[in-house]
Design a binder for this molecule. Sequence first.
Ligand code: FAD
Ligand code: FES
Length: 260
Amino acid sequence: MKGEKRSLGCRLRAKAPLGGGLVRLDFEWPFAPPRAGQFFMVKPARTSVFLARPLSAAACGEESVAFLAAVRGKGTAELAAMPPGEEALLTGPLGKGWAAFLPQNAVKPVMLISGGLGIAPLAAFGAELRHTSVSFDLLAGFVRGADGENILSALGIGMDEAIIVSEDGGLQNAKRGLVTRFLDAQKYSAVFACGPPAMLRSAALLCREAGTPCFVSLETRMACGTGACLGCAVPARDGTYRHCCTDGPVFDAEDVFFDE
Ligand SMILES: Cc1cc2nc3c(=O)[nH]c(=O)nc-3n(C[C@H](O)[C@H](O)[C@H](O)COP(=O)(O)OP(=O)(O)OC[C@H]3O[C@@H](n4cnc5c(N)ncnc54)[C@H](O)[C@@H]3O)c2cc1C
Ligand code: FES
C-alpha cells in the first residue's frame, strides 16, 4: 500500500556529501514508501529553525527514504550538518506524485526532463516506471558538469542511462547548452519536468507548440505542507490560485501561470 501521511522522528541512517553544497540523506522510514514526486516536510530534532523544510523523495530502500538536499539557508544547512544516528521529524508523504498524470494507453514514450536537483524526484519516477510497460527517456541538465556527475552517481544513474547536458561543457559525452534545447517534445506522449522556474516555463512552451501534455513540479516556500497555512499559493492561468502542497507539487503546465 502506498503511503498515507505520517509524522515520525526518524534516524538518519547515512549521509553522503556530494560537493558543491549538496548532500544525500538516507533516513529510516518504517512505513509504505512514497510515490515518486511526493515530498516530506523534514526538520532535525535538534534545530534552531521553527519550520520543517520540504524535500522530494529521491529514492526508497528497505524501510528508508533518501533525499538530495542543496544547502540554501539555515534549514537546509542544519539538515546537511546532521550526523548519522541523529533524528529528524519527517512528515509525509505529501502532495500528488507524477504517476497521477501518466497518459493512458500511450503509444509514444514519455520524457522526464530535469534541471539541476530536479533530477531527484524524476529519478524516483524512472525507478517506478521501470516496473511498468511505459517506456521513457531521461534528459538531465546541469549548470556544472562536475555537479551533474556527482548527483547522477548519488542516485545510481549511469552516464549511459540519461541524455546529459551541461552548461559548462564540463562532462565528456555530455551535450552542451540549456537542457530544454534538447527537448524534442513531439516525440513523446507526455513530458514530466522538474527544475528551476525558467526551465519549466521553457519546457511548457515547447510542449504547447508541439501539442504534447506537460506536467511540472513546482517549488514554493512552505510552512505546513498540509494545506493548513495557505502560504504556498501559486497563481493559475484562470486567475485563481492553487496550493502547491495539496494540489501539487505536480501540475498540468497548462494550468500554471508562469511569470515572464
Ligand atoms: C515540493 C518541494 C520539494 C522540494 N524538494 C527539494 C529537494 O529535493 N532538494 C532540495 O534541496 N530542495 C528542495 N526543495 C526546496 C527546499 O525546500 C528549500 O531550498 C528549503 O526550504 C530552503 O530552506 P532554508 O532554510 O535552507 O533556506 P531559507 O533561509 O528559507 O532560504 C534561502 C534562500 O532560498 C530561497 N528559497 C527558499 N525556499 C525556496 C523555494 N521553495 N523555492 C525557491 N527559493 C527558495 C529563499 O528565498 C532564500 O533566498 C523543495 C521545495 C518544495 C516546495
Ligand atoms: S504549505 Fe501550508 S498550505 Fe501549503
